[in-house]
Write a protein that binds this ligand. Structure first.
Ligand code: ADP
Ligand code: MG
Length: 471
């Protein structure tokens, strides 16, 4: 990634430059949207450091690494959208530290959540016979913290990356968002590259796969596209759920998979859900996936969250974050690692700027909105997943019309939990369970309330599910 930033200040002084005009208008918009206080604290000091027309990259600089990191975490997506609205040729926004504008910030240089979109640029030009790729530098095996929830995925990833004989192919990694799938894929890229410097590695989001394929179709030049992918020694396609329902892309994807596998090359695919829950993906692709190793990346448990915090802090020895604060964060931000990282970064940034020591009271004050959001962040999808796992049925039964007891009862339990744990209305819950009527939901809720009193086993199940979902 760390591409040289050679155009800083390029448009300095040129008031009529369209990028300057866009930036002024974007700033005004941000001030309106975010409120004067947030704007003055965080966004006002941001300045436009450059625009690289060829790569469509806008560079925004902030005075400190912490501020850069905060803006990156909270505003990069919004910045990107705003830029695109003004100048469609903008493809990414890079947040830099002003003091060392030559280098991207320590944490991340790409819009949060769309790291993949930006990082998966494949540099086509060959470097000494090796095709280069852009991988996020900090996503390595060394910086990936392992624990029970992710060790199978981690070990599988290492096995593929080490390049020895493979007993499985493809590797299919699945798990919810922000749990480290992309991190693992990039780590594989780094490691495989280290061990096989002359090999060709291709990492691409499925979204990009689709856009490029469709572009190639339009340009009547699918040959180049096919060649590029099929000549990879290690091919990684991230977030494959994206091509659900996209038929011609899936067709191409299927052939790519086949070619890579039958040539004995390595294939790694990720998705945000398991093969059986990947609706809208052709069954021949799914069956190919399940020939390989299917490894899930589970949500980080408390211990892993604590270890991740500790590891991040090791890299910032100048920052003092007491143990009780670490425990507090690990306990309260349980949704995913990305949010945990974001919360930690925000606390540190605020403390630096306000010159205050970090204690629990300070964290509660700084993260009020995040913490509040986390108290009600249980989703219907999560409930459906958890309940189907618990009863070992397919998640699709949650929305199916089947009335057999073994699926109907878990479905009712899930509706009951959705009523208890989310702010969703009855009609809304009904809709999310395969378009059922709200009276069906009422019936389910009453039924489970009654059964909880009469059936100890069912009651224990519900308690367990409640506990797990609220954890
Ligand atoms: P996904 O692709 O599953 O949505 P990412 O790989 O983008 O998730 O991870 C989100 C963020 O959390 C990244 O910054 C990543 O480095 C971090 N992260 C996730 N899991 C771990 C882990 N086990 N150890 C260290 N960092 C992690
Ligand atoms: Mg990802």
């Amino acid at each position: 990634m760390n591409q040289a930033v050679g155009t800083i200040g390029m448009m300095g002084g040129e008031g009529d430059d369209p990028t300057d005009a866009a930036w002024e208008s974007i700033r005004a918009g941000l001030r309106r949207d975010c409120g004067a206080r947030t704007f003055d604290n965080w966004l006002k000091p941001a300045r436009l450091a450059g625009f690289d027309e060829e790569g469509g990259t806008v560079r925004i600089a902030l005075p400190s690494e912490f501020m850069a990191n905060w803006v990156e975490t909270h505003y990069s997506e919004r910045l990107l959208h705003a830029w695109r609205a003004h100048l469609p040729q903008v493809r990414r926004v890079v947040v830099l530290t002003g003091a060392e504008v030559q280098k991207p910030t320590l944490f991340a240089i790409e819009p949060a959540g769309t790291v993949e979109a930006a990082v998966d640029e494949i540099q086509a030009e060959a470097v000494g016979g090796v095709e280069g790729i852009q991988l996020e530098g900090r996503y390595t095996f060394e910086t990936f913290v392992t624990g029970k929830p992710n060790e199978v995925a981690y070990n599988a990833a290492r096995t593929v990356a080490e390049g020895g004989a493979l007993t499985f192919n493809p590797l299919f990694l699945h798990g919810g968002t922000g749990l480290g799938k992309t991190h693992l894929m990039h780590a594989m890229g780094h490691e495989y590259r280290r061990r096989h410097p002359r090999s060709k590695i291709v990492y691409m989001s499925a979204e990009k796969f689709m856009f490029e394929f469709v572009g190639a179709l339009r340009a009547k030049n699918t040959h180049g596209f096919k060649q590029r992918l099929r000549s990879a020694d290690l091919l990684m396609i991230d977030d494959v759920q994206f091509i659900a329902g996209k038929d011609s892309t899936q067709e191409e994807f299927f052939h790519t998979m086949n070619e890579i596998i039958s040539a004995g090359k390595r294939l790694v695919i990720s998705a945000d859900r398991s093969p059986q829950d990947l609706e809208g993906i052709e069954s021949r692709i799914l069956s190919r996936l399940s020939w390989g190793l299917v490894a899930d990346v589970n949500p980080a448990d408390f211990e892993l969250r604590l270890n991740i915090i500790a590891r991040k802090l090791e890299a910032m020895p100048q920052v003092q974050v007491p143990q009780d604060v670490q425990l507090f964060l690990a306990k309260r931000i349980a949704s995913n690692v990305r949010e945990l990282e974001g919360a930690l970064n925000r606390v540190i940034a605020y403390a630096m700027l306000s010159n205050r020591p970090i204690d629990v009271a300070f964290v509660e004050e700084t993260l009020t909105d995040v913490l509040r959001a986390h108290q009600r962040r249980i989703t219907i999808d999560e409930i459906q997943r958890k309940v189907s796992d618990h009863y070992r049925i397919r998640q699709s039964e949650m929305t199916s019309a089947r009335r057999a007891r073994e699926v109907a009862r878990p479905r009712q339990i899930a509706m009951y939990l959705a009523k208890q744990l989310t702010p969703r209305s009855l009609p809304e819950i009904g809709r999310r369970f395969g378009g059922r009527d709200h009276t069906t939901v009422i019936h389910a809720v009453r039924q489970i309330e009654k059964l909880r009193k009469a059936d100890a086993e069912l009651d224990a199940d519900v308690r367990l599910l409640l506990r797990q979902l609220e954890a």
